[in-house]
Design a protein around this ligand. Sequence first.
Ligand code: COA
Length: 149
Amino acid sequence: MQVRKANSGEIPRNLLALADPSEKSVNDYIERGICFLLEEGSKIKGVMVLLPTRPHTIEIVNIAVEEQYQDKGLGKYMLNEAFKIAKLEGYTIIEIGTGNSSLQQLFLYQKCGFRITGIDKDFFIKHYDSPIFENGIQCCDMIRLSKDL
Ligand code: COA
């Protein structure tokens, strides 16, 4: 299993859409960020996009694992690879954001050492065309998390 930079032309948009239903926001950050693929043999099983945001700070703006390979530790593996890549590039803080309704993601990110630093209230109401529901609740706010590297 390896994580490598995606070449232009092999960006798995279907996978990115699993994590982010807004095509507009995906288009925006794949232009500015660096897309990485999780590959096993010739099979692409996951994707993540890292975007430098502020001095010393990089954000995981998208992370997704192909549905049939979820819950097998691949998300955790990619997060740990992101920490290594970011550290090697000299970043000292890594950030991620997720919805208030994304309970599995909130568990996973905290298990990987992220701490909640803030709430972007009504983010998903303001920036997404259609309402999003998960786990029986509406996704309204973005929970911001950060980890020191
Ligand atoms: N209570 C406690 N922990 C829970 C839990 C619960 N109810 N539900 C899930 N978890 C934990 C698991 O225990 C596991 O941690 P562990 O290994 O310590 O047990 C972790 O969540 C799941 O880890 P992993 O198997 O590595 O996740 P994954 O490979 O499925 O990848 C995503 C995680 C989110 C990337 C993947 O599910 C995905 O692509 N989802 C759709 C896209 C998405 O939502 N992306 C993120 C947008 S913010």
